[in-house]
Ligand binder design. Structure first.
Ligand code: EPZ
Length: 416
């Protein structure tokens, strides 16, 4: 199991290019199951989760190649199953359910287990497919779905679920009739998926708003080459790194319009921003000001940035109150940050962070993807050595983060 050894305390300077968005790559790769032929995708990040999705498509008979471009050939899809051993390593595998039922009329997808940050149920995905006429049963931990042809339906989400919106939007593209999804999630990754589906021939209106209307068509075809959006959470993570380390970092290839809430909160904390021709320059202050945050569905402050923001706040001037409203157990990083001298108390879904002057290096353990990013930030703040264990969590969602940090002057080493 790889570890990361970080000797923090140095301000980071330089340029970094933001990779393609993990949470756009995964649904768009799953959507290739809807259209027979060869799909060509650009800016697909080299991540563990992406190779897991590629594994899944290959197991179904698809061919997936990564060079400069990611080519996915779905001409010979002949299996309609997502096995537990793959789904348990990546919950987003649930995203093949909608496309398989829509295109092939059947699917056997393992129920994704929970994960460190919460139970992560998929009831809204299943209820939506049943509303569209799918017959669904749960057998030995698998979702068995059947439908001769899905029928358009009106679906309301109690919670604006991101992958639920993506799953049902994909399923509706080949249904008979019109589907309306109400209280849909509005994340930019949903808009990116809709744009790709529309290029395939799907009829979709309203992606990015809370009401999405999809008119079913009879078939879809792979479009020309498509470049996915940059990763807004990687963008926010590097902003937190600049803020935490008195850094001066130029982020290239990011989409500023996708990170409004993050930038506003970071400005309140004393971080300054200067737009450049194809990105943004981020300058961290001598000392950060404490700022309260509350995670909300997009366009609110993203839950995927909560752990990174908390790491920044551990050395801010004042007290920051952090409310996590999306997941029930997304404070696993608190115990590890405390080991480094952070002063944090947790009451239910609220963490109170009293800024301290310094963090101390310590051996810590990553527990989930974004918690591992927060430990990297804390390690860059502490002036001694920090050793982070189980960084396979980090590799699931960040493309070569340690290499990018070394380019910025960080003293960081990956230990096999
Ligand atoms: C997506 O997960 C992201 N993953 C997550 O990013 C992100 O944290 C999350 O959205 C929230 O923004 C991908 O896009 C691959 P949800 P998802 O369904 O779709 C409840 C990362 O770090 N819910 O929007 O699984 C659920 O329990 C990952 O990159 C139901 O109750 O999240 C949660 O409390 C972590 N029933 C809330 O909704 C359902 O059927 C939001 O979950 C579905 C969800």
């Amino acid at each position: 199991m790889d570890k990361l050894l970080i000797l923090g305390g140095s301000p980071l300077k330089g340029e970094v290019t933001i990779s393609g968005a993990k949470n756009a790559a995964l649904p768009i790769m799953a959507s290739t199951l809807l259209a027979q032929g060869i799909h060509t995708l650009k800016r697909i990040p080299k991540l563990k989760d992406v190779s897991t999705m590629a594994e899944l498509i290959k197991k179904m008979g698809g061919i997936v190649e990564f060079n400069e471009l990611c080519k996915i050939n779905t001409l010979k899809i002949n299996k309609f199953e997502a096995p537990y051993e793959l789904v348990k390593t990546m919950r987003a595998s649930i995203l093949v359910l909608g496309p398989l039922v829509a295109r092939f009329g059947k699917a056997k997808v393992s129920l994704p287990g929970g994960c460190a940050i919460g139970a992560r149920p998929v009831n809204l995905h299943i209820n939506g497919l049943e509303k569209m006429g799918a017959k669904i049963s749960l057998q030995e931990g698998y979702i068995i779905a059947k439908a001769s042809r899905l029928i358009g339906a009106k679906i309301y989400f109690d919670i604006p679920t991101v992958t639920g919106t993506e799953n049902l939007m994909m399923a509706a593209t080949l249904a008979k009739g019109t589907t309306i999804i109400e209280n849909a999630a509005k994340e930019p990754e949903i808009v990116d998926l809709a744009n790709y589906l529309i290029l395939m021939g799907a009829k979709i209106q309203g992606a990015g708003t809370s009401i999405i209307k999809i008119e079913g068509v009879d078939d879809l075809n792979p479009p020309q080459e498509y470049e996915i959006i940059p990763d807004r959470i990687e963008t926010g993570t590097f902003m937190a790194i600049a803020g935490a380390c008195r850094g001066d970092i130029i982020l290239k290839g990011c989409r500023i319009d996708h990170v409004d809430a993050i930038i506003l909160k970071m400005k309140d904390a004393g971080i300054s921003f200067k737009e450049t021709k194809n990105g943004i320059r981020v300058i961290g202050p001598k000392r950060l000001q404490a700022v309260d945050i509350k995670t909300m569905p997009y366009p609110g402050f993203p839950t995927d940035m909560q752990a990174q923001f908390m790491a920044m706040m551990t050395v801010a001037n004042g007290t920051s109150v952090i409310k996590e409203t999306i997941f029930e157990n997304r404070f696993m990083h608190v115990a590890e940050l405390r080991r480094m001298g952070a002063d944090i108390t947790v009451e239910g879904n609220t963490a109170t962070v009293r800024g301290v002057k310094k963090l101390k290096g310590a051996p810590v353990m990553a527990t989930d993807l974004r918690a591992s990013a927060s430990l990297v930030i804390a390690g860059l703040i502490a002036e001694e050595e920090t050793l982070i264990d189980r960084i396979y969590h980090l590799d699931r969602g960040y493309e070569e983060l340690d290499k990018k940090l070394i380019q910025l002057g960080a003293r960081i080493k990956r230990i096999k």
